[in-house]
Design a protein around this ligand. Structure first.
Ligand SMILES: Nc1nc2c(c(=O)[nH]1)N[C@H]1C(S)=C(S)[C@@H](COP(=O)(O)O)O[C@H]1N2
Ligand SMILES: [Mo]
Length: 223
């Protein structure tokens, strides 16, 4: 990590422990089946604020020190500087957020680069199946490449017309609206394409590997 990147805060070990317990207990599970087109997934409640959730360590990354590494099973491994990344084709998108701790926030206006356009630039190899996100706070999470390539997935630097704040993952975060929000890595540093999946921070702590909110895939069924 560059010397210009500062880490604020302390690892919230208590919060991490209680979220692990949630998974063990299967908390918040309603067992309901979502109807087609249902906007609010089962067990969720709508909020107007935007809660901050992370492991407690919030990196401060000035854009001059920011780098994004895209590597692994790709034809063209690429390191982006901020100006190079923001030169890629831009998109604006309105999406909902669904967090596994049961809050949902509607109508978030994002600006950034579509994951698809980023993938077109680095050219995933035919055998690439999984995308592993590595963040500046050491957080990791993974999604299937097919889901990362969805038409509503982006790497966002702006929310509701403002640069995304440090606490919400600025300068750049992942946004994958159709999965629980823990899949949307804040402070993204490295995007690794892989033949094999590598379960991330919450996925190895009892959380579901895929995380579809409408199927209430909160927790790993094995636990
Ligand atoms: N780098 C990183 N990304 C992260 C997390 C984290 O701890 N570190 N937490 C995840 C979780 S559990 C959620 S719900 C969302 C919260 O994003 P927000 O704080 O902007 O609401 O970020 C996800 N992405
Ligand atoms: Mo979360």
């Amino acid at each position: 990590m560059s010397d210009d990147v500062t880490l604020f805060g302390k690892l919230k070990t208590k919060l991490i422990g209680s979220k692990e317990k949630w998974a063990e207990d299967g908390r918040l599970l309603t067992g309901e089946t979502a109807t087609p087109g249902q906007r609010l997934p089962p067990g969720q409640r709508q909020v107007e604020t935007w809660p901050v959730l992370d492991l407690g360590i919030q990196p401060d990354i000035p854009t001059h020190a920011w780098r994004l590494f895209v590597d692994g099973a790709v034809e063209q491994p690429t390191t982006f500087k901020w100006a190079e990344f923001t030169d890629l084709p831009k998109i604006r998108l309105m999406t909902d957020i669904h967090c596994v701790t049961a809050w949902s926030r509607y109508d978030n206006a994002w600006e950034g680069v579509m994951a698809r356009d980023l993938m077109a630039a680095v050219k995933p190899r035919a055998e690439a199946q999984h995308v592993i996100f590595h963040a500046y706070d050491t957080y990791t999470t993974s999604v299937p490449l097919a889901d990362f390539s969805g038409d509503d997935v982006l790497l966002a630097w702006s929310w509701n017309g403002e640069p995304i704040s440090r606490e919400h993952g600025g300068p750049l975060r992942v946004v994958i609206p159709r999965l629980y929000f823990w899949k949307s890595a804040k402070w993204i540093k490295r995007i690794e394409l892989s033949v094999f999946d590598k379960p991330g921070f919450w996925e190895v702590r009892g959380y579901h590997n895929y995380g579809d909110p409408w199927r209430e895939q909160r927790y790993d069924e094995e636990t």
